[in-house]
Design a protein around this ligand. Structure first.
Ligand code: ZN
Length: 331
């Protein structure tokens, strides 16, 4: 019994001592924390590729700052902005007197950002022919061109290609009007190629690819007749009233109205001094100044002016002088 009591008291002494040491330790720890707390503050160290570039107070707030100041910049043609390398964050204690430097770090990250630019190419039959800034502009060019060249009879594959680059000087875009012009030029080039390939005659370098009408030759060039004052300056092709008259080559309408003995007359200038005239028309569709391409219907056959029945009076003029159309057509 005595032994047990002695043991118990000994245990009590040991427990008391332990508690005392523990208390001192806790107090000491609190003291150290307090001293550290006065002298130091917790921050995040920011590293890029293992190199310390500064300190920030709050990681989440700093990430927001990166998004607002670097990533989300609404700039023309910018598709995406990213950081060259992702920063790493590590908690650290630094002296309270030392400031964090968020703005400096942002400036440094901004210098190393990677920008991807985006623009659009309008591609005609496999070749990029024009570049614009937005998909809306590209689609506008495509729909306009498709509408205008619906009946050209040339194979046209017009598509929009997205283009990406990280070099701003590679973003070579044009205003929509210029882009349209570039695509238009390419199509004109394709039309010229088609006309050259399909040419049935070449007059002073001008490709003629269609006959204006098909019909019976009713009066040849140079003949004299009681109904005319001089020799016949054109070729008459008889066909029924209202037949479509097609322009024989591309050009520009320079005359489109009634002209006495010619009746309703359309004159088309093809360049190189070559003009074709279409006379005695019943209806005129063409307008002065209008650009036409070969095969366009410019008028209909009639018998207006000095005429005895429906026919097309066709003239070919080179530098103003009427030549025999049968040198080239209806041979
Ligand atoms: Zn005639």
């Amino acid at each position: 019994m005595y032994n047990i009591l002695k043991l118990k008291s000994k245990f009590k002494t040991v427990t008391k001592e332990t508690t005392r040491v523990l208390k001192i330790m806790i107090l000491g720890f609190i003291l150290i924390i307090a001293i550290l707390g006065i002298k130091y503050k917790p921050v995040y160290e920011v590293k890029i590729a293992d190199k310390t570039i500064g300190y920030i107070q709050n990681e989440a707030a700093f990430k927001e700052l990166i998004n607002g100041k670097i990533i989300n910049k609404e700039v023309r043609n910018v598709d995406n902005i990213s950081l060259a390398s992702e920063p790493q964050y590590e908690m650290k204690l630094i002296q309270r007197t030392q400031d964090t430097n968020e703005e400096e770090i942002i400036a440094k990250l901004d210098e190393e950002k990677v920008i991807t630019y985006k623009f659009y190419a309008v591609n005609v039959n496999g070749k990029n022919k024009a570049y614009v800034d937005t998909i809306e502009e590209a689609e506008e060019v495509v729909s306009k061109i498709k509408k205008e060249h619906k009946r050209d009879g040339i194979k046209l594959d017009i598509v929009v290609n997205e283009k990406y680059t990280q070099k701003l000087d590679e973003v070579k875009t044009d205003k929509i009007e210029i882009a349209e012009k570039s695509v238009e030029n390419e199509i004109e080039h394709l039309l010229d190629e088609k006309e050259a390939k399909e040419a049935i005659a070449v007059i002073e370098g001008i490709n003629v690819s269609v006959l204006p009408v098909s019909g019976r030759i009713s009066s040849r060039f140079g003949v004299t007749s009681s109904i005319r004052s001089g020799a016949h300056t054109g070729l008459d092709i008889a066909c029924s009233e209202g037949t479509d008259i097609k322009v024989v080559a591309k050009g520009k309408v320079v005359f489109a109205q009634n002209n006495g003995p010619y009746g309703n007359l359309v004159k088309v200038d093809h360049g190189n001094g070559v003009e074709t005239w279409y006379a005695h028309c019943s209806k005129i569709y063409a307008k002065v100044g209008e650009k036409v391409k070969s095969g366009d219907v410019i008028a209909t056959v009639g018998t207006t002016g000095n005429s005895t029945g429906p026919h097309l009076h066709l003239e070919i003029r080179i530098k103003g002088e009427a030549i025999n159309p049968q040198k080239y057509l209806y041979k």
